[in-house]
Design a protein around this ligand. Structure first.
Ligand code: ADP
Ligand code: MG
Length: 329
């Protein structure tokens, strides 16, 4: 059997009942494929953080098994296990009296990486998350904005290049504008790094934007649905999911429906050199609409490889959205 086709993370019948009798997670089966982002989403108290912490053994499950890269996590020493898993939390947990560079290099120091090498890696990572090392490496956490601290948290989690990242409301503590930017940067980063990511959020918009798959949790630690963002938004498994996905469903559909060849019109009268506004085939309708409005144009050229697949008009966007909504009913 090809080991690389196995999921990176597999939870089988995982449950957690706290000592006071609270059932936080109930009989959870979940698989996260290698290199994909799985978003755990649901209302407060539905067991998302507990699930995440069972993967890196900050919390021990009461039932079930968790396999990481085919190995039962209870067979791995918890400290060793956690060094191989990046962990990003909302309150970041940076050491206030250590510089940014030292914070980023925390795990490297623990692993015995020589000081100069660790510093070099910290510099690289700050660059990677969009913080100029010349400006920020020697600052202290209190001298940064919330968004900058969150970037440092991500850089630190990536320091030892772990294959798996666990993120608990990673963008929760910043304002919506910064949040949007951090989400976009993380998506770009993930396209380069292909980590296996489990991301916890209570925000369905964040879940459908960030996830290759979305797992919707209901109260009582019950998994209500797992699927692609489009599946969850278009075909909620039950009333709970339908409710949670919410009343702005039609507009949310823009965000999860990709631009496909059938939505396009031929290039006939347009010379490609005349196309100011262009997107790639497969971007979402929302991205295409944003580009269209941003350029004050009548059409968006849709690239496919080195050529053009056609043009998308406002009518095309409308048709695509109607088709996507009709699919659901
Ligand atoms: P979420 O991250 O989805 O908001 P949590 O996983 O933190 O939810 O919590 C799930 C449930 O378990 C909640 O009812 C919470 O109050 C409870 N819980 C969390 N930690 C503990 C604990 N240490 N002892 C008892 N109950 C807990
Ligand atoms: Mg939580």
């Amino acid at each position: 059997m090809d080991a690389t086709s196995d999921p990176m993370i597999r939870l089988s019948g995982v449950g957690k009942t706290y000592d006071d009798g609270t059932v936080a997670v109930h009989e959870l089966d979940l698989e996260v494929p290698r290199g994909e982002v799985m978003c755990l989403v649901g209302p407060s108290g539905c067991g998302k953080s507990t699930t995440l912490k069972m993967i890196n053994r900050l919390i021990e499950p009461t039932t079930g098994r968790i396999l990481l890269d085919g190995r039962d996590v209870t067979d791995v020493d918890p400290v060793t296990l956690r060094r191989g898993i990046g962990y990003v939390i909302q309150q970041i947990g940076l050491f206030p009296h250590h510089t940014v560079a030292t914070n980023v290099a925390t795990v490297l120091s623990l692993l015995g990486t020589p000081r100069a090498k660790a510093r070099e890696r910290a510099t690289e990572l700050l660059d990677l998350v969009g913080l100029d090392p010349d400006l920020y490496a020697d600052r202290y956490p209190a001298q940064l904005s919330g968004g900058q601290r969150q970037r440092v948290g991500v850089a630190r989690a990536l320091a030892a290049d772990p294959p798996v990242l666990l993120m608990d409301e990673p963008f929760g503590a910043v304002d919506p504008v910064v949040r949007g930017r951090l989400q976009e940067e993380f998506r770009r980063l993930q396209q380069e790094l292909h980590k296996t990511v489990v991301l916890v959020t209570h925000d369905i918009d964040e879940a459908v934007t960030m996830g290759d798959q979305v797992a919707v949790f209901a109260t009582g630690g019950r998994l209500a649905q797992v699927g692609t963002p489009l599946e969850v938004v278009a075909r909620p498994a039950d009333d709970f999911v339908a409710d949670f996905v919410g009343s702005t469903t039609s507009l949310r559909r823009l965000r999860v429906t990709p631009v496909a060849a059938e939505h396009l019109e031929p290039l006939d009268d347009v010379r490609t050199g005349d196309l100011a506004a262009t997107v790639d085939l497969g971007v979402t309708l929302e991205q295409a609409l944003t580009v269209l409005l941003g350029h004050d144009e009548q059409v968006v050229g849709v690239r496919q490889g080195s050529g053009f697949a056609g043009v998308l008009t406002p009518n095309g966007i409308h048709r695509a959205l109607r088709a996507s909504l009709a699919d659901a009913s």
